[in-house]
Design a protein around this ligand. Structure first.
Ligand SMILES: NC(=O)C1=CN([C@@H]2O[C@H](COP(=O)(O)OP(=O)(O)OC[C@H]3O[C@@H](n4cnc5c(N)ncnc54)[C@H](O)[C@@H]3O)[C@@H](O)[C@H]2O)C=CC1
Ligand SMILES: O=C(O)CCC(=O)C(=O)O
Length: 488
């Protein structure tokens, strides 16, 4: 890897201009594959910077709202075209900042472009319904109107797609935006923002402020002029943001953790199940809220499934995610790595058998990065910490079940409810699973991760604020309904 010769400095984007933080402070964004590679220096913004961005968004909201949906859509189409031309640059930056492999980052950037185009088209669709009034001389209808200023707080694990799937619907429905991305992947987010700039989006409509969550992020959540706040990240932070927004009567949307189960029934096609479990658990180094973390296998196929899983996991190539022969990159940052290693220790202490991996790789080519070998635990029981808490790393907990009923009970025995899969060829079992499982995303003979941009996305229980993102569902959050009664 060539270490960056020069450090590039990135600014906040406020009111159509790239500006320094008031404090003059900066933070580094490092490549987790080799921390000598500094991807960029980003602004360490303070409350004053957030306030300036919110003021710009507030000033811009009336003119933006007054444009037609089709006119707003044109800016999104343009931003999508620009992003398409810059796909390689943005994807490479995402890989360097986050550590997911280049094909994954390219796929994510392509998904971002598709999301922009999807919502650009939404600008032409209906915003309300006519409802028959009991008064036959009156006209009653609903109209969806923007919230005003929307604050976006985004995580590092999908540095392109998550900012876009929150900003694009906010914008098309007439809101202006202030985004505070995670510092780990702030450069990628600022590149996305520059596509909106190149597309000529009016000043103040999109603003980006980088900096610590506990100050800049918190200020965005508590700012009285931010009318709605959308967040993806940890449960701990989500709860703080939800409480803050609730206290001041702002609308909020939280997408948080998962502890996603996959059930492998004894009639499953084991080759397909193994492939999907490996992809769901280890792609992006396990750092997806939809990642597979518990695999509940029926006793009859447990040993055969385990052998196949072990065999294929051993073949995973680990290394610098920019390299072509690498299947799994590093963990995104030091805190995540330590967190993951401490869960692996906890699993061993609580009596689960670590049958593969789980050790930090720190020699030779791994010396300067945050690498770990994917881990498989055998003989896990549902009460163990590694079967209950979100690890957000490449760790599989194998759990045995004698019957489908028992498997379902175990699958539901967690505080989360984001995504869940079953592998079976029996339609009755599929239907029982669909009916009984407590999850917002249900997958049959498919991996737990991976969502389609045109479908609603979100969880139940502590995985979300029970709202849904993406597809048409986004309209629910990013607009308010006016019910209008007109008596001539
Ligand atoms: N659901 C998901 O997709 C994600 C889940 N996580 C989970 O969270 C754990 C910790 O990761 P972090 O990066 O620390 O997550 P985090 O939830 O603290 O960070 C996500 C975003 O929230 C911001 N933030 C942090 N504290 C804030 C506050 N008080 N007010 C407003 N914004 C704030 C951060 O700056 C970042 O932009 C991971 O191990 C994983 O379990 C992390 C990232 C994504
Ligand atoms: O599985 C996916 O593609 C989406 C996952 C996601 O939204 C997340 O990890 O935050």
């Amino acid at each position: 890897m060539s270490v960056a010769a020069e450090n590039k400095t990135y600014f906040n984007f406020i009111n159509g201009r790239w500006v320094k933080a008031e404090s003059g402070g900066m933070e580094q964004s490092l490549n987790p594959a080799d921390t000598r590679d500094i991807v960029g220096l980003v602004q360490k913004s303070s409350i004053e910077d957030v306030d300036r961005a919110v003021e710009a968004a507030k000033q811009a909201k009336k003119a933006w709202r007054k444009l037609s949906g089709a006119e707003r859509g044109q800016f999104l189409y343009k931003a999508a075209d620009i992003m398409e031309q810059r796909l390689d640059e943005i994807a490479e930056c995402a890989t360097r900042e986050m550590g997911k492999t280049l094909p994954e980052a390219k796929g994510e950037t392509a998904r971002g472009i598709a999301i922009l185009r999807y919502y650009a088209g939404e600008g032409m669709r209906k915003t309300g319904d006519v409802i028959p009034s009991t008064d036959t001389s009156a006209f009653m209808y609903t109209d969806r109107v923007p919230l005003g200023v929307v604050g976006v707080i985004s995580p590092w694990n999908f540095p392109v797609a998550i900012p876009i799937w929150k900003m694009a619907p906010a914008l098309i429905y007439g809101n202006t935006v202030v985004i505070k991305p995670a510092t780990e992947t702030a450069v990628t987010c600022l590149k996305v923002i520059s596509c909106f700039e190149e597309a000529g989006i009016p000043s103040g409509v999109v603003n980006a402020v980088t900096g610590p969550g506990s100050s800049a992020g918190q200020r965005l959540a508590e700012h009285p002029d931010v009318n709605g706040i959308t967040f993806t990240g940890s449960n701990q932070t989500g709860k703080i943001i939800g409480r803050t927004a609730f206290e001041r009567g702002a609308k909020y949307q939280l997408e948080m953790g998962g502890k996603n189960p996959v059930i492998v029934a004894d009639d499953a096609d084991l080759d397909i199940a193994v492939e999907a479990v490996i992809s769901g658990a280890f792609r992006s180094t396990g750092q997806k809220c939809t990642a597979t973390s518990r695999v509940i296998v029926l006793t009859g196929v447990y040993d055969r499934f385990k052998e196949k899983l072990l065999q294929q996991t051993k073949e995973i190539t680990i290394g610098d995610s920019l390299k072509e022969d690498v299947w799994m990159g590093p963990i995104a940052n030091k805190q995540q790595l330590d967190n993951c290693l401490s869960y692996i220790d906890k699993g061993k202490q609580e009596g689960a058998d670590l049958i593969f991996g789980g050790e930090r790789l720190a020699d030779g080519k791994y010396e300067k990065g945050y690498y770990i070998r994917p881990a498989i635990f055998d003989n896990v029981t549902s009460g163990m910490t590694i079967a209950q808490e979100e690890i957000f790393g490449p760790v599989i907990a194998l759990i045995k079940a004698d019957t489908l009923e028992e498997a379902l009970k175990t699958a539901n025995d967690v505080k989360f409810g984001l995504s869940a899969s079953i592998f079976t060829q029996n339609i009755g079992r599929m239907l029982s699973f669909i009916d009984e499982i407590e999850a917002g995303l249900i997958r049959v003979n498919a991996e737990s991760a991976g969502v389609e941009l045109q479908a609603p996305f979100g969880g139940v229980k502590q995985s979300s604020s029970h709202s849904r993102e993406q597809g048409e569902a986004a309209k629910e959050f990013f607009t308010a309904v006016k019910t209008v009664f007109v008596k001539p």
